[in-house]
Design a protein around this ligand. Structure first.
Ligand code: ACO
Length: 324
């Protein structure tokens, strides 16, 4: 028997303010047609002046705890994946811990940009499997809109804000793919591509958080190749075939990247959870938000196989295979 991290609940939070492509076309020289054709994005939610990463993370965490039907006090680990913390330090996870009324356990942030949620999930899974935590909140939360140059049409059309959370608990499993829970996680990075997707400076260089800069075509090219590799790796590690996957829940960066991975897996679009049209790219929040949508509307059911994949700045990329 081995220890497995199992999903007990999930939830999401989106800011009320919706900004459509037509709204953006009033700010920069772009069009709904251009954005939809190149990315699949139609609208994005944007945080209001009083909506912070910690507030959104807290709302998603509360929704996930309610879905799991457990009280916050049972949580002994909080990991938040974010590129947009409330403060440069301390970790946003510490603020969420306090807002949940917790005085024990441990809480910290993980930074892997758009791959952040898969990284955070892997970290929490390892703590649970080692017996160092029993109940974990894994959150992806972003106010990415605050990193954007709203005069730069190349980047400002791509991103949105929001938060999603999973509650993980512990169960004994047999150690094979019939187990419930996280079956495996696979993380990669290649820092040679550091400059391809980054902010212009940061607290340790310019003293400011800086705006997003991106070599869009290079990001696109690498994403398609790396995601195809890592989903193969996840399937091989579990002796699984693509047809055994019930749902692909990818990071929502670009509809064309998502379609590329689905094609590689020979998966019909009905088995792919996509929220890019309404949410845009919410960085580390995109996967847990998509999970929250598909669990709430009844698509993802207990016992089904769910494949997560993500790629982001660094470059970082990764995948996780879960029996829900
Ligand atoms: N509206 C209208 N025209 C635009 C816009 C816009 N919002 N943005 C760029 N253009 C113009 C460019 O200026 C260029 O004009 P030019 O030919 O006169 O020079 C033209 O459109 C083509 O620009 P490209 O950058 O070549 O467009 P491309 O087809 O590569 O699409 C895009 C750009 C959508 C960013 C694409 O490269 C892409 O999706 N890359 C992946 C990057 C990504 O998803 N990033 C998200 C963050 S990373 C992540 O989460 C994995």
């Amino acid at each position: 028997m081995i220890r497995r991290s199992v999903v007990l609940g999930c939830g999401g939070y989106l800011p009320k303010k919706i900004v459509t492509n037509d709204d953006l076309a009033k700010l920069v020289e772009t069009s709904d047609e251009w954005i939809v054709k190149r990315t699949g994005i139609k609208a994005r939610h944007i945080a209001g002046p009083d909506e912070t990463t910690s507030e959104m993370a807290l709302a998603a965490a509360r929704a996930a705890l309610a879905d799991a039907k457990i009280e916050a006090k049972t949580v002994d680990l909080i990991v938040i994946a974010t590129t947009t913390p409330d403060n440069t330090f301390p970790a946003t996870a510490a603020k969420v811990q306090a807002k949940l009324g917790l005085e024990r356990g441990f809480a910290f942030d993980v930074q892997a940009v758009c791959s952040g949620f898969v990284y955070a999930l892997a970290v929490a899974d390892n703590f649970i499997r080692l017996g160092q935590a029993r109940t974990a909140l894994v959150i992806g939360a972003e106010t990415f809109s605050r990193l954007l140059d709203w005069n730069d049409r190349v980047t400002c059309v791509l991103f949105g804000d929001g938060a999603g959370a999973l509650v993980l608990g512990v169960e004994e499993g047999r150690g094979d793919k019939s187990d419930r829970g996280i079956l495996s996680t696979h993380l990669h990075s290649d820092g040679r591509y550091y400059d391809m997707l980054r902010t212009e400076g940061g607290p340790g260089t310019t003293g400011a958080s800086g705006h997003v800069q991106m070599e869009g075509k290079e990001v696109f090219r690498h994403a398609v190749v790396r995601l195809a590799e890592v989903v193969d790796e996840a399937l091989a590690a579990n002796d699984m075939k693509p047809e055994e996957i019930d749902w692909l829940v990818p990071h929502q960066a670009n509809q064309r990247i998502i379609d590329g991975t689905a094609k590689k897996l020979n998966m019909a679009s009905e088995r792919v959870v996509t929220t890019i049209a309404e949410h845009a790219n919410t960085s580390a929040a995109s996967i847990p938000l998509a999970l929250a949508v598909a669990v709430k509307d009844g698509r993802i059911k207990r016992g089904q196989i769910v494949l997560l994949d993500a790629m982001g700045g660094g470059f970082t990329w990764g995948a996780a295979l879960i029996r829900w």
